[in-house]
Design a protein around this ligand. Structure first.
Ligand code: PHE
Length: 440
């Protein structure tokens, strides 16, 4: 059977933006920004997205489009005669499953908050509510719901499932967030939130430069879905050669735009209705945004309506990302093991139901996986993909980069290749070392 492909270029772009835009933008980004001092974090993060994220994204695109394979198959095929590169790709496939195991716990929280927003049942005691539902049997049940939604889309295939779903969800996310942001910034007291978010204050960088850099790098990889092979997999479904540098830039800009937009919702809400960052919202814990925003909904007129829009947008964002996680191992089984999409999807969803339940029942495991483990695995994974593109593909990577690209993009090809060969893997390896060191 012919391998699947995207129906259109815009379909590919929206699917990739859908993967990138997710809980990373609406849940992790405001939380990290709050923890690391607002605007200072925003500046460092944007620099890393531009200098490391975009070149990294292009490296994954090049590998995917060149091979038309899942990450494990791609690296094995493009480096014939050596088995070990295939294992680097396989590492990505495993990372995707681990990622989905914790991501679907948070996805389950979102399903629950979305439903509960209609009645506002969590408004009055946000902290107690979150404490009650975040881990345990109920968390696992809602996680199952989220995984079932994810599996339904993936079962539909590349065109009929992923492309169709993301084409509907992405515009809706932007419209919902833009409407919420437009409303939030005009609320009395919102100005302070905007100042915290946007006023240029670099002091936090001087206070904790290494911590900030680490957090910003981790966030940049996570938000662009890098280091797992998502972007390899999605680019592997490309048919004709369009400009990868152009598509990659559009994807990065849209992703960053949605993240920044989410900040325009969250910070004005927190300052206008909660009087600023409280211990809870500043706490650097996973529930910060849930509790902080929930408290704000209670204080505002028509809080239920705003809440439904807010959690609806997040639910779409989370789903368009989780499908890209599940698609990696599905593509691996379909490509390499001759399993049907249906069986692959059902089997893998069953597996994640088990590994995910481990996260849903153990806050300790969840915290370790969502924080440290994922940071480490994404960083190591992307370093591997960069070295592969830079040194194993080498000039082939360059011609893939150039194929379909315009003059301006082509002129960036050689600097791109050299950064992919040298500074970028080095940067990632140093980040990895610092991460491991601070863990010990
Ligand atoms: N980028 C997604 C988000 O921001 C998360 C993700 C990471 C998705 C890695 C796929 C692969 O939520």
């Amino acid at each position: 059977m012919a391998r699947e492909s995207w129906a259109s270029r815009i379909g590919f772009i929206l699917a990739a933006v859908g993967s990138a835009v997710g809980l990373g933008n609406v849940w992790r980004f405001p939380w990290m920004t709050a923890e690391y001092g607002g605007s200072a974090f925003l500046v460092v993060y944007l620099c890393i997205v531009l200098l490391v994220g975009v070149p990294g994204l292009l490296a994954e695109f090049v590998i995917g489009r060149r091979s038309h394979r899942n990450p494990a198959g791609a690296l094995a095929r493009l480096a014939p005669g050596t088995k070990s590169w295939g294992y680097v790709g396989l590492f990505g496939v495993v990372t995707a499953l681990i990622l989905l195991s914790f991501y679907s716990v948070v996805g389950g929280w979102i399903v629950r908050y979305f439903l509960a927003s209609f009645t506002g049942s969590y408004f009055s005691a946000p902290a107690t509510y979150f404490g009650d539902i975040s881990f345990g049997g109920e968390a696992a049940a809602f996680q199952v719901a989220f995984l079932v939604l994810t599996a339904i889309v993936v079962l539909g295939g590349v065109r009929g499932g992923i492309e169709k779903a993301t084409k509907v969800m992405m515009p809706l996310i932007v419209v919902l967030l833009a409407a919420l942001a437009g409303w939030a910034v005009t609320q009395p007291g919102a100005g302070e939130g905007l100042s915290f978010y946007l006023d240029f204050n670099l002091a936090p960088i001087e206070e904790n430069p290494v911590g900030m850099l680490r957090a910003a790098a981790g966030q940049a990889l996570f938000t662009l879905s890098l280091g797992v092979g998502t972007m390899i997999t999605y680019a592997s479904y490309l048919g004709e050669d369009n400009s990868l540098p152009f598509d990659g830039s559009v994807i990065a800009v849209l992703n960053t735009g949605v993240g920044v937009l989410a900040g325009f919702v969250v910070f004005p809400l927190l300052f206008a209705f909660q009087g600023g960052l409280t211990d809870v919202t500043r706490g650097g814990e996973s529930g910060a945004i849930f509790m902080g925003v929930a408290g704000a909904f209670r204080e505002m007129p028509y809080g239920e309506v705003v809440a439904v829009g807010f959690f609806g947008a997040i639910l779409f964002a989370a789903l368009s990302s989780s499908i890209s996680m599940l698609e990696i191992p599905v593509a691996y089984l379909v490509d390499e093991q001759d399993v049907s999409r249906r069986n692959a999807t059902l089997g893998l969803t069953g597996l994640v139901l088990v590994t995910g339940a481990v996260c849903a029942f153990n806050p300790g495991v969840f915290g370790f996986v969502a924080g440290t483990l994922v940071d480490l695995m994404l960083t190591a994974g992307l370093a591997g993909f960069l070295v592969f593109a830079g040194w194993i593909l080498g000039t082939d990577a360059l011609s893939e980069f150039d194929s379909g690209a315009g003059g301006l993009a082509r002129s960036l090809g050689t600097p791109w290749l050299w950064s992919v060969r040298t500074v970028l893997p080095l940067f990632l390896l140093v980040t990895l070392a610092v991460n491991i060191y601070s863990m010990l």
